[in-house]
Design a protein around this ligand. Structure first.
Ligand SMILES: [Zn+2]
Length: 113
């Protein structure tokens, strides 16, 4: 499962922080998730809940902040937000662009004890 692999890598990062700072309990994890990652909030939350059982992260609330997809037009350089399916540039009408946001998946903050 897609989300499970992501939860595993997120947990690895958290677990390093726990060791590094001698954290006893994690109360809240805030995640930044781009629209292009294909992550579903509910699936992510339930995978997370199960995965962190019997760890210092158990019971922590998972806050997911979504990042919209943003692209830069290769023709005129215009930057715009779009959804899937991608729309053409609203300045020049072309559909050739570079994705500049929407693939994010990282921990923004940890609330710990
Ligand atoms: Zn353009």
């Amino acid at each position: 499962m897609h989300e499970l692999a992501m939860v595993r890598s997120i947990y690895d990062v958290i677990s390093e922080k726990i060791k590094e700072y001698g954290v006893k309990k994690v109360k809240e994890v805030k995640l930044i998730v781009g629209e292009l990652t294909g992550v579903e909030d509910m699936t992510m939350k339930s995978c997370f809940e199960i995965y962190v059982q019997a760890t210092p992260v158990e019971g922590a609330s998972l806050i997911i902040e979504r990042v919209p997809v943003k692209v830069r037009c290769r023709i005129c350089g215009n930057e715009y937000e779009t959804k899937i399916p991608f729309s053409e540039c609203d300045v020049c009408g072309n559909k050739s662009f570079q994705i500049i946001a929407g693939k994010e998946l990282y921990i923004e903050s940890l609330d710990v004890e």
